[in-house]
Design a protein around this ligand. Sequence first.
Ligand code: DHB
Length: 322
Amino acid sequence: MSSNIYLAASIFFLMALNTSVAGVALGGYVCNASGPRDATLEELEVIANSGSSAIVMKSCTREPREGNEEPRYSRLAFGAIQSMGLPNLGFKAYVGFASQLAGRGKPVVASVAGLSLEDFVLMVGAFQDSAVDLIEVNLSCPNLAGKPPVAYDFSRTAEVLDAVCGLGSKPVGLKLPPYYDFVHHDAACGLIASHRVGFVTCINSIGNALAINPETEAPVIRPKGGFGGLCGDYIKPVALANVRAFFERLAGKVSIFGVGGVKSGSDAFEFLLAGADAVQVATAFENEGPACFGRIASELELILQRKGYSSVDGVKGRLKRV
Ligand code: DHB
């Protein structure tokens, strides 16, 4: 191929995956998720230098945390179960990392996991004054004993939204747990539509799954008696359903990150049809390392090309009827 044709083809491919979330441009459709390999500056530098279209940081708490007891992560046949317990360096570290990661040509995304309303206000306020581009408010961590996910309690969710949505001009989004009934999608979307929420991230891991090793006759992870968040292939249909449910209710008003079982271009294409503005990759990144982002993006580009689509925008949300 002559270099001009090669250049034109590359520009076509790069253009094809351009997208935006809450008005913030992403140079590609595939990025990392808050969770694996994103808690230290060294890990975040790896993401900055990878094919990930954003740098999403580990969900942080007010104070640094060691996280739950080991073993707290186990691979399973079709994904993983984890109960990490929010091991992180404390929000001040991530405010500092944001300055160091800004200017790399991709947005930096904070993720905050408050253990109280005051924590959420403090941390969202701090990130509003930082170099991050987007602020993900994690209302769905399933792994803190005695602290159920805020997003399963709509009056607490309303309190958090009332308190954090007006703290600054950077877009604030919500990382949500899976919902399983339309009444819950309706309730969540009602709150989102009545607050300044720029994006949702659907879904967090499916909470309180249990994997048992029949040889040891014990759960495969220790915290919470073995109950932990289910990840990977197992959860993709639930993630797609939640992306679709939010797209049907909020399209054009609130952007959507799809997450849950994305490990191929075909998976990403399914999330695109469901209505995701971009996808985040967690378990495949944990398993494969940073090469997964470029691989998944290239596979998606080939699918779009084969189907004659010139951009993600031409497909987004256009799930057909059977
Ligand atoms: C953890 C798990 C989650 O699903 C999440 O959203 C944030 C943190 C954890 O256990 O560390």
